[in-house]
Design a protein around this ligand. Structure first.
Ligand SMILES: [Zn+2]
Length: 398
């Protein structure tokens, strides 16, 4: 199933903005690029994709997590646009056969813009990442977690030892959530706790936190870095992501030896994360005693005000000028919280139970699942069934 949709309104709005530019203008490409960056930001896009295809270079914007096809530029024009972006990012313009990465130099206060290129069958592809300035200041409450999840995480952050794990697929906002936790710790501890991070890469700089970026080429990996960090007398350690057994082992040792550890882990939900950590070879007793809690989260798009009621009473997207015909505007954060210290879950973990057994133990412990949160959001008219299905891959009204 293609996730790329075409909004006629989005395309029309974009075309009207570039209608005055002519390919014969000497500064055609610079003007087009400026308008591209400006228009994408105005539509709250997080990424711009310039994709060379047989018929030309297509432009896509990722808005609220979903790629939207905006237009297709003639091949030559598309190449000039990509070339201009490379100039702005100080990349080698003549080099089109190998991937390159760079950032557009900016003046103070301007949000970060990164560019990466990649050679494809039809020529060079470029992706521009637009970082929203406002996201830098998100606090725990601003995140939009359900109140009970925020409370549970807050209680975890007061602990002096143990691991808090955030799970979810790429693009589910895990990193933003971790940064919000760090900001809370900075605000509340006022230098009283030593806060360190090991990231790949550092995405946002947070004053009051000692942040490090791994450098695998130099042998500075997550695992080796974490081992060294533990000897640096930290109170709170953030490890960008647990990807392998070794990192997981060192992380749990740290969490059990008087450190508060925050990290992310790729899994569909909390119970799947528990099962996958066990599969990685983490002993059940380490999971049982080292874990303070798990959060799993997903971003789903909110229906625009133009939505209508469907036959079953839930609301469906329509599209209006406000949402440039997309039917959605803004996003809602769904989250589930799992407490491994609940007796039912603790038993299931120690017995190396399978995911479905862990899930029934989670229900017994009072966990409100992602799916339940999604069903509630649909009933409240905040989002649609289709959108939940897109984001969660399921929608069951149990
Ligand atoms: Zn609308």
């Amino acid at each position: 199933m293609s996730r790329i949709t075409l909004s006629q309104q989005l395309q029309a709005a974009w075309r009207s903005r570039i209608a005055a530019f002519s390919p014969s203008d000497a500064d055609y490409a610079p003007k087009l690029v400026d308008m591209l960056l400006q228009s994408a930001r105005e539509q709250r896009a997080s990424d711009i994709h310039l994709l060379p295809e047989a018929g030309g270079v297509t432009i896509h914007w990722r808005i609220d997590g979903v790629l939207q096809r905006v237009d297709q530029l003639p091949d030559q024009v598309g190449r000039r646009v990509i070339s201009r972006l490379k100039v702005l990012a100080q990349l080698l313009t003549y080099e089109t056969e190998t991937p390159q990465e760079g950032r557009i130099r900016r003046t103070d206060g301007e949000p970060e813009t990164r560019i990466s290129t990649f050679p494809t069958m039809h020529g060079e592809k470029a992706v521009v990442r637009l970082f929203a300035g406002g996201e830098r200041y998100v606090t725990l409450v601003d995140l939009g977690w359900p109140a009970d999840v925020t409370d549970s995480v807050s209680r975890c952050l007061d602990q002096t030892a143990g691991a808090l794990i955030l799970t979810g697929p790429a693009g589910s906002g895990k990193t933003t959530s971790i940064y919000a936790c760090l900001r809370k710790l900075v605000a509340e501890t006022n230098g009283g706790r030593n806060l360190v991070t090991l990231e790949d890469p550092v995405e946002v700089v947070i004053p009051g936190v000692t942040q490090s970026q791994v450098n695998p080429a130099a042998g500075f990996t997550l695992t080796s870095g974490l081992r060294s960090l533990l000897r640096q007398d930290p109170d709170v350690i953030v490890v960008g992501e647990i990807r392998d057994r070794e990192t997981a082992m060192v992380a749990f040792q740290g969490a059990l030896s008087g450190h508060l550890l925050l990290t992310t882990f790729h899994a569909g939900d909390c119970c799947q994360a528990l099962a996958r950590l066990a599969d990685l070879g983490i002993e059940p007793y380490l999971l049982r005693s080292g874990l303070l809690g798990l959060v799993s989260q997903r971003l789903v798009r909110c229906l625009c005000e133009c939505a209508v009621s469907g036959s079953d009473g839930t609301r469906e997207p329509v599209g209006c000028e406000e949402c440039v015909g997309l039917g959605y505007r803004g996003r809602l954060l769904l989250a589930e919280w799992l407490d491994p210290r609940h007796p039912a879950l603790g038993r299931a973990i120690l017995e190396r139970a399978e995911v479905n057994v862990l899930r029934s133990a989670a229900r017994e412990s009072g966990t409100i699942t992602l799916n339940q949160r999604a069903v509630n959001a649909v009933r409240e008219g905040l989002t649609s069934r289709q959108e939940v299905f897109r984001a969660l891959g399921e929608f069951s009204e149990e």
